[in-house]
Design a binder for this molecule. Sequence first.
Ligand code: ATP
Ligand code: MG
Length: 434
Amino acid sequence: MAIMRTHYASGITPGMNGDTVTVAGWVHEIRDLGGICFLVLRDREGFIQVTMVKKKTDPALFDAGRRLNRESVVLVTGVVKEANQAPNGYEIIPEILNMLSEAKSPLPMDVTEKVGADIDTRLDSRFMDLRRRKMLAAFVIRHHALIAVRNFLTNEGFIEIHTPKVVAAATEGGTALFPITYFNREAFLNQSPQLYKQIMMAAGFDRVCEIGAIFRAEEHDTLRHLNEATSIDIEASFADHFDVMGILERLIHDVYAHVSRQCKPQLSALGIDLFVPELPFRRLTYDDALEIAHQHGHDIEWGDDFGTAAERAIGSAVGEHYFIINWPTEIKPYYTQAYDDAPRYSKSFDLMHPRMELASGSQRIHSHDLLRQRIAACGLDPGGFDFYLKAFRYGMPPHAGWGLGTERLVMTMLDVENIRDVVLFPRDRKRLSP
Ligand code: ATP
Ligand code: MG
C-alpha cells in the first residue's frame, strides 16, 4: 500500500476537476449530517474537504469515514470535484480511505484554536500544540528569517562556522554556566561562541558567523529569557564597532524585507502586517538613554544596567529599533575595547527593539597584554584563558562583532508575547521535557 501523497492541500485547484489525487494528513474535523459526511483533512499546507454522500459512497468507506476520531492520520485517494460551496472551491470524492494511525480520545488539547489552553498544557503536549496553524506559521517564518540571515551574511563575505558547545572555561566568568561531566573532568556548556569566534580572527578567516545554541544557567523567570537559546553571532576583522553596527542594522532590515516577501500566507495566518524598519537606526549614547530613563522617573545610577522597566520606557520614547552605544566600560565584558581618550566609555553597543534588547556587540581588545590585564582585573584567572590568549600573541588583527538572539528577533518581529512560543521545545528553569 502506497503511503505517499500526490498533493498537499495547496497543490490542488478547482481546475483539476476530475483528476484523481491522494491526500494525507490529520482529521481536523468531522461533520456527520446523516446523509452526508464532511471530513476536513489538515496537512502542512492547508485544509481539504472530503465529501462522502451516503447514497453514492461505498457503505464500508462511508462508515469508516464517519467513525474517524479527530486528529487520526488518514490517507485518502479520490477525485477532485469543483465545488463553489467548499472552502477552497473544490472537494474530494473519496474512493479509498486508509486510516494509518488512530488518535486516542480525549485529546490532550484542542488544535482547532476554538478552545485556548494554558502554556503548561500546551508545552506538555507540544507536538499537538505545534499542529496549530499559528504555531506552524511562526516556525516557517523563523526558518525563512534564518535563510535571510545566512544569505545576507554570505553576501557580506562571512564564513559560517561551528564552534564547540562543550568547553573547559567560562566565556565571561560568572556563575551562569551549566557544569557537565566530561569523562573524569569538569566541563561546561558554552554560554557564547565569543572566545572561539575571536580565535578565528587570529586564524585569518576575517569574517565568520555562527548560528548555534547558547546555554545560560541564569535563574530567569521572564517572557524573554531561556536557558537554551539560539544565537546569531558574527566576528569581523579590520572592522570597528560602527562597522559591525552597520552590518547588524542592514541585516535586520533584510530579514524583515525577506520575511514580508516570502511569508505572506504565514503573516496573514498570524494577522501581522509587517512593517520593514527604516535605516539607519537611531543611535543613543548610554548617557542619552540614561537621561530618558531619568525623565521617566527611573532612578538609575551611571554605570548601572537599565533593567526591564527603564528599557521599556526608553523603547516607547524612541518607538522603533535603535542602538544604545558607548556603554560604561565597567559593565561590559573584559574583551570590550574602551575609548583611548575617555576610558570610562567603551566601544560597545546594544541593538534594541522597543520591547527588549536584541543584540550586544563591540570592538574587541586585540592587544594580548591589555586583554590579559583586563581578565585579571575582572577577578578571573588568566591561566584558565591560555588557549584564548595564545591566539593574541602571534598576529591578531583588530576586530569587532556581535551576538543577536534568534528568538528575540523572531518574537519582536511577530509580536509574540512569550519567547517560549518561538522555540519548539523551550528549556527554562522548570522545564527539561519534552
Ligand atoms: P539580557 O540583558 O537581555 O539578559 P544579555 O545582555 O545577558 O541579555 P548577551 O550576553 O548580550 O545577553 O547576549 C547577546 C544576545 O543573545 C542578547 O541580546 C539576546 O538577544 C540573546 N540572549 C542572551 N541571553 C539570552 C537568554 N537567556 N534567552 C534568550 N536570548 C538570550
Ligand atoms: Mg547584552
